[in-house]
Structures are given as C-alpha cells and as structure tokens.
Design a protein around this ligand. Sequence first.
Ligand code: ADP
Ligand code: MG
Length: 312
Amino acid sequence: MKLEVIRLKKQFKDCTAINNLSFSIETGEITGFIGPNGSGKTTTMKVIANIEPCDEGDILLDDISILEYPELIREHIGYVPDSLPSNKDMTVHEYIDFFASAYGLKTPIRQKSVLQLEKFTNLTSLRDKTIDSLSKGMKQRVSIARALISDPDFILMDEPAAGLDPRARVELRDLLKILKDQGKGILISSHILSELAEICTSTVIIEHGKLLKAGKLEEIVNESAKSRNPIFQIKTMNPPSEELIKKISLEPMVSKISVFGNIIEFEYTGTKEQSIELVGKLVSDGLRISSYGFKEENLESVFMNVTKGEVQ
Ligand code: ADP
Ligand code: MG
C-alpha cells in the first residue's frame, strides 16, 4: 500500500507549519522523517492522523483521499504521538482494553487481541501496573500497543526514541524491524538522525515545512555518491607547521582542510586530471600522500549535505 501526501499546507496565524509538502511512504518500509525542531513533523503527522485539519492539499491511501473518507484512517493508520499516555489510575491492561473496546472489538475476540498485543509489545508482565508507575520506555510500548489495535497498515511515530535509555532504544528498534517485516509501513520522526540511521530504508527530510529530499535510502546515497569529491591525506613526520598548512590551503580547489596528529586532510574539488597533477606536485614537494579516496556516503553524510548542518 501507498500513503501519499500531496501539496499539503497548514498555517498557524503567521506561522507556515507545512508549506506545499508532498511525499509518499510505502508498506514494508521504515521511513525516517527528519527535520530540525519546528520544521513541521508533528503537524504533518497530526494532519495525516486526522487530529489537525489542513488548509490545502490531499492525502491518498492507495489513491483514495482519506480527507474525503476519514473513516479509512482508523482502520489503516496507527498514530503514536510524542506525548505519552497519562491516565493515572488505569492499569496497562485496562488502558489497552479500553481502546480496543472503543475501536469496536467485542469479546471474546477483544480479549484475545489484547493479550496478543500485550505479548507482542512485551507488556504481559506489566499489565496490572498503573500507567503512571511506568518508565518512559514502558509507556511508549503502551502507546504502540494502542496504535496497533486496529492492525493498521501504516504506523506514524512521533519522536519515539526521544528520552529513552539505550536499552529501551534497542527494544524499540527491534520492535520496528518486526513491524516492518510484518509488512507495515512506518513513518518515524526524529531531529536526531543517529537514532534512525540504522533502521530506515527510506527517508523524507524537511525544513521549514518544505521538502528537502525524499526517497529510498539506497538511491539517495548513490546519487549523492556521484557528486562527491576525493579526500587527500598527507602524513608528515611531525605535527605539520602552520606554513605547510597555509601552503596547501592556497592550492586552488582545495577545501575543508583539517589536521589531526601528523595528518593533514583536505577535499579536492578539481577534475580527475587536475587531481593527478596535484598528486605529482605534492610528491615533488617531498610530501607523503598517505591516502587518497572517497568518503563513504551514508544517511548521515546525505543529511549533512541537504540540511546544511541544521539537523544534529
Ligand atoms: P516539529 O514537530 O518538526 O518540531 P511542529 O510541527 O511541532 O514541528 O511545528 C511546526 C511549526 O508550527 C513550529 O513553528 C511551531 O511553532 C508551529 N506550531 C505547531 N503547532 C502550533 C499551534 N497549535 N499553534 C501555533 N503554532 C504551532
Ligand atoms: Mg515534533
């Protein structure tokens, strides 16, 4: 299945939270929804989940508008908000059972599904604890269980990794992988890309409510790899002198010089022929080139390029 956001717009007084945003996500993919704080991730998810109306645009679920048929949302889209459940006196079991009942599940099917959900989200041993007494990671599993009640095709998760301890993060990652393998489509937002780099298969990067880049990770990384520049490393006997660093920095098309220990590293933006000439020149100046190659492209380097460093 495909969930398509088309030219979405949302204005809050003088703030344009979503500005002509289009992208699509598919089942069987984990899509990292990345953007700095205030870039419109939460608002976009709320509009898709029908919690917030939009001003313009459409959202299609396999070509059917869910703005026109919002009843499709309940069945096909689960939403895990960034705020966690805070129903003080309810137990985990009562909470999940309440929402299963609100969704329309009747006993005995409801009992069975709630038990299955508790097992799947590792809540069985916590089912009689009150929501209030749970840690953040546990509360989040309750939120996820709630979102899964309708066995939706898509799950929207708003900053689910924020504030989790390392163990809870690993558990979350494992759960997301299982959901993906079950064929669900997951949109997971974060402003911290290292939280997502390992598990995403696609990405949507936004800034100021606008799309910067979207697509399958492999394609984006390959595309970005085509335009990359070679990196030189020069090894010196002692930490390099200011004079040498200056000399190298004055070479045309040399950029991003950095020094660590006895190594000077820089990027070269010239053509292949020019870089061969540069190698000859450096060698005839008595310098030792210890490495020449291309930096590996990954999610992180792609993000750095497209977001101009605003995303952590
Ligand atoms: P993100 O989740 O990426 O941090 P949000 O979607 O929460 O971004 O916010 C996008 C922009 O919309 C921000 O500038 C925010 O201040 C503004 N905004 C969000 N919700 C409201 C609201 N209810 N009223 C006014 N402005 C809002
Ligand atoms: Mg947000």
